[in-house]
Design a binder for this molecule. Structure first.
Ligand code: BDP
Length: 675
């Protein structure tokens, strides 16, 4: 009885400390809440990281939390980053083999308590499943962010290295709290200048700020930097002078940043220079750079996002065709970074066929946290389900020790997320976008975590312990991504976006120079049918998947309905499993998408007064924008499809508000994030 009362009192105090009254909140604090605790914490050791860990606990947890002791221990099962939190007598002990592991344990305890757990009962033990958990910033040196929808870059290159904005610390702290352990500072479409001495000094200043939080700095490297910075005639990876230039450059960087993570490289893709310019392979290029960082313990993240604008084969096949034959040729410190799907961060894609197909190569999965194709900052689309769906997908490849079936997550050494962070007060352009940053970190640490559980713990930490808020917000989040899929184009349709800026619909676009720049390339709709035939009768992209998967994808009847038109071109009258025609099913999905957004807005309205007014009002306004734009997607898409197939809208469906010409005439300028 007394225990229960005491627990309730603790809970109440915590709730007050954590949630605070519903006053205005600009979202700056993210999921970390406000200071207000006064827990008793002792530390064995005095490294900067352990001191930070103790401070975090003190400020987050109230005075009546059992006393906490932080200590490094030998426990091989925990690896370098794993932690254990357990009760020992009247004390809570947080252990790890390294300082940063203890820090992760501290954040785990805070998360446990702030999402409703009893501190006295805490028994937590976890090690990360993926070694490198990285944000990739597509930030330019001029402060703009490619595909960024949250303001200018966080990095103020101009005042670095002298001025270290306190925000850099807050950034590192937020990342450490979710287990992110590295960050690539600059855009993959890189400027050579970011490797010049002044910029190395700037990066080093950031690395100094991030280091105590367990975060390493990486840089995107422009492959032709030896020409642009070094004055060499070539960047041919087989030229000894080129290799020597990179070696010297790596040595220079490591003098300034001893724990530098390595280089991320976009080569021979969308106009970027690379080894193919010299007839050398991607492995030649990656290995040459790998040799330069190897003595220092660095890695090369080499992107597989390549497709040549001179190659007429199905774009979805090109990365596999280029990289799979190189399996076994990459140095051990090269990690081939593969986008989650074979095209480009669409609201839904099948997983990339390279996962599982390069058993002798280290792989990274690259996700987009920023919502280039999911409605920018204004649309609510919780990406936990998208990340989890990809990570959980069986590759169909059987490996030793994994006979039960390997998933994408099992193939990974690293997970990269293209950051959605900018200088907006709320960091990510909207409160709900913060959840995508959060979910990325949590899933990179443990890809088996359920997206819904992550949504709930995020909501509890972000909005406080009100169960109505947690239930409602997390339920909205869980339906949100599917809503975007529905109103932009369901059943595996993809890349129907307006060109370049990718804001809004443009399924009719057919006049751009290269075929694969045009949405019509991806949907292939005409009077008779719709979809991309990637079976034997078409591009045969399905042959790039493991036989068991390919066999299922070969027939529309055994293809998951949500990917139907990604793999098959079908007549509009095709009968879906429920007996409806494809046309009717597709058309009704647009309605469902719009209805879902309207429902999310209604649900959010019920939280008025329970969420602080500032964040409530912004989310409400954004949901209003999303409602309008979901309808725009629906109406314009239906107007376009009916212009091709000549079919009436299914019974009871409202006609588009405008005619197709009106939708085609919509043009937008100054769209954020466009390169
Ligand atoms: C596309 C983006 C483009 C990026 C490219 C990439 O539209 O801005 O440069 O991906 O990943 O999705 O390199």
């Amino acid at each position: 009885m007394f225990r229960t009362l005491r627990r309730m009192a603790v809970g109440l105090l915590l709730a007050m400390a954590v949630a605070g009254p519903a006053h205005a909140d600009d979202g700056y604090r993210l999921w970390l809440g406000s200071a207000g605790g006064n827990a008793s914490v002792t530390v064995e050791g005095n490294s900067p990281t352990l001191i930070l860990a103790a401070d975090e606990l003190r400020r987050a947890l109230p005075a009546n939390t059992p006393p906490i002791r932080l200590a490094r221990v030998k426990d091989a099962g925990l690896g370098n980053e794993g932690y254990a939190v357990r009760r020992s007598g009247s004390t809570l002990v947080i252990n790890g083999q390294t300082d940063v592991a203890v820090l992760y344990g501290a954040f785990a305890l805070i998360r446990h308590v702030r999402s409703g757990g009893d501190p006295a009962q805490a028994s937590l033990r976890s090690t990360p499943r993926v070694a490198l958990r990285l944000l990739n910033h597509w930030d330019n040196l001029d402060g703009s962010v490619e595909r960024g929808y949250a303001g200018q870059s966080l990095w103020d290159w101009w005042t670095l290295p002298d001025y270290r904005d306190p925000r850099y610390t807050d950034y590192a702290r937020a990342n450490a709290s979710i287990g992110v352990n590295g960050t690539v500072l600059n855009n993959v479409n890189a400027k050579a200048e970011s490797l010049s001495a002044p910029y190395i000094a700037k990066a080093a200043a950031l690395a100094d700020v991030f280091r105590p939080w367990g975060i390493r700095v990486y840089l995107s490297a422009r492959f032709s930097a030896p020409i642009e910075l070094g004055g060499l005639k070539t960047a041919d990876p087989r030229d000894p002078a080129v290799a020597a230039w990179w070696q010297a450059k790596a040595d220079e960087i490591y003098r300034a940043i001893p724990d530098f993570g390595g280089f991320l490289v976009k080569a021979n893709s969308e106009g970027q220079p690379g080894p193919r310019d010299y007839g050398a392979s991607h492995a030649d290029g990656a290995n040459m750079l790998a040799a330069a960082v190897k003595p220092h313990g660095g890695v090369i993240l080499w992107r597989a996002f390549v497709y040549a604008d001179s190659d007429p084969t199905d774009r979805a096949k090109q990365a596999y065709a280029e990289f799979q034959p190189l399996d076994g040729q990459f140095a051990s410190n090269v990690i081939v970074q593969v986008k989650n799907g074979p095209i480009d961060f669409q609201p839904r894609e099948p997983v990339h066929p390279l996962f599982g197909a390069m058993p002798r190569t280290r792989l990274a999965a690259e996700f987009q946290i920023t919502k280039e194709y999911l409605g920018f900052a204004t649309h609510l689309a919780y990406l936990g389900p998208l990340f989890a769906e990809a990570l959980d997908t069986p590759t169909g490849h059987v490996t030793q020790g994994n006979e039960a079936g390997q998933t994408v997550a099992d193939t990974l050494t690293a997970v990269s997320g293209v950051s959605n962070i900018g200088r907006d007060r709320d960091w990510t352009g909207s409160t709900f976008n913060q959840a995508n940053w959060y979910a990325f970190g949590r899933l990179a640490w443990d890809p088996t975590l359920p997206a819904q559980a992550i949504a709930r713990e995020w909501a509890a930490q972000t909005f406080g312990p009100d169960a109505r808020v947690i239930d409602t917000a997390s339920a909205m989040m869980m339906r949100s991504r599917e809503a975007v899929v529905d109103y932009t184009g369901a059943f595996g349709l993809a890349h129907l976006f307006s060109s370049d800026h990718h804001y809004g619909p443009g399924p009719w676009i057919d006049d751009l120079k290269r075929p694969e720049w045009n949405p019509v390339y991806y949907h292939r709709a005409d009077r008779n049918g719709i979809g991309f035939d990637r079976t034997r009768t078409g591009s045969n992209a399905i042959a790039q998947y493991a036989p068991a998967i390919a066999a299922r994808l070969a027939r529309p009847e055994t293809t998951p309905p949500e990917l139907l038109l990604w793999f098959h071109h079908l007549p509009w009258e095709w009968r879906m499993a429920d007996g409806r025609t494809l046309w009717e099913a597709l058309a009704r999905r647009y309605d469902r998408g719009v209805a879902e957004v309207m429902a999310m807005r209604r649900d959010w309205a019920t939280l008025k007064g329970r969420v602080d007014p500032e964040r409530w009002a912004k989310a409400d306004t954004y949901l209003a924008i999303q409602t309008r734009e979901a309808k725009w997607w629906r109406d314009s898409s239906l107007a376009y499809w009916t212009s091709l197939n000549g079919l009436p809208l299914p019974q009871g469906m409202a006609a588009p508000e405008h005619d197709l010409a009106w939708y085609k005439a919509q043009h937008f300028t100054h769209v954020p994030g466009a390169p």
